[in-house]
Design a protein around this ligand. Structure first.
Ligand SMILES: NC(=O)c1ccc[n+]([C@@H]2O[C@H](COP(=O)([O-])OP(=O)(O)OC[C@H]3O[C@@H](n4cnc5c(N)ncnc54)[C@H](OP(=O)(O)O)[C@@H]3O)[C@@H](O)[C@H]2O)c1
Length: 268
């Protein structure tokens, strides 16, 4: 379905998504402010070539905008005249936190089809999540878009008004979980485990617990109860977390990220 896919910005997330999209079209064009980053990625991906923002804007039928939200106005102002001259159909894809499809259209200077996606870093190990929505994008093209990125992990269509919430939970969440894993490992080290073993055990345990939540269909509270024997050690750890307001802190982390997404929407 897609003939020429382009990425403007090949940083952490742009390159992760480009790796998934590589092979989904005959040509892949990569552009980055620091050109060496695009060159390095092009060498790793079959069919990929280094390009420029303007060339991508003029040639590609799927144009990923993988720059920071604060940089988006500058990039779209730069390519707007090229987009305006096009007679063929193309779709802009934004992954910028907080920016709506409508904002992208305004910055790009036209009512172009836009897909808004929210990836997370675990897509690099095919265990991530992408939420997406589209404006003026036909259903079959949205399906092709989801198929293009299916190796990410899960790819889920969501109404646009929920993307900021998904971004705060699913997009930012890997940082929160890594903090948790690091803290658990510190606890293990405090109890005498070597650092490498403590980290490996913490990561494996979080992955396994998450898999149980996903696959068992049981409520996480019920799964927690199965570990807590009466008068046992686990319930003492649960008590320590409750006393430290662990669940309130986790909720606040998501809400704080959500509030920052809303600020980004206002250009702050
Ligand atoms: N990281 C995440 O977990 C995550 C999750 C969800 C969504 N996102 C979104 O993904 C987008 C990219 O974030 P990121 O984490 O990948 O940031 P990043 O690593 O800083 O990548 C941004 C890239 O954009 C390039 N760039 C800056 N100005 C440019 C220009 N005028 N033309 C072409 N390229 C330009 C930068 O080039 P230089 O090499 O010169 O700096 C950099 O490589 C953001 O909108 C962010 O909200 C990120």
């Amino acid at each position: 379905m897609f003939q020429k896919i382009g990425f403007i910005g090949t940083g952490a997330m742009g390159s992760a998504v480009a790796r998934l999209a590589a092979g989904g079209a005959p040509s892949l064009y990569l552009s980055n402010r620091t050109a060496e980053k695009a060159s390095r990625l092009a060498q790793a991906l079959p069919g990929a070539v280094v390009s420029s923002n303007q060339e991508i804007a003029g040639l590609c039928d799927l144009i990923f905008l993988a720059v920071k939200p604060q940089v988006m106005p500058q990039v779209l102002t730069e390519i707007a005249p090229v987009l305006a001259r096009r007679q063929d159909r193309f779709t802009l894809v934004t992954m910028a936190a907080g920016l709506t499809c409508e904002t992208i259209r305004q910055l790009a200077g036209g009512a172009y089809p836009v897909i808004r996606m929210m990836p997370n870093t675990p897509i690099t190990v095919h265990a991530g999540a992408i939420q997406y929505c589209g404006v003026d994008v036909p259903a079959e093209q949205l399906e092709a878009f989801a198929a293009l990125l299916q190796d990410a992990g899960t790819v889920d269509q969501l109404p646009e008004h929920l993307i900021d919430a998904a971004s705060a939970l699913s997009g930012c969440g890997p940082a929160f979980v890594c903090q948790f894993i690091e803290a658990l490992a510190d606890g293990g080290v405090a109890c005498g485990l070597p650092r490498q073993k403590a980290l490996a055990y913490a990561a494996q345990m979080v992955e396994g617990a998450a898999k149980m939540v996903r696959l068992s269909g049981q409520h996480p509270g019920a799964l927690k109860d199965t570990v807590c024997s009466p008068a046992g050690s686990t319930i003492q750890g649960v008590r320590a977390l409750e006393r430290a307001a662990f669940r309130g802190a986790a909720m606040d982390a998501v809400i704080a990220a959500y509030e920052k997404n809303l600020e980004l929407k206002e250009g702050k």
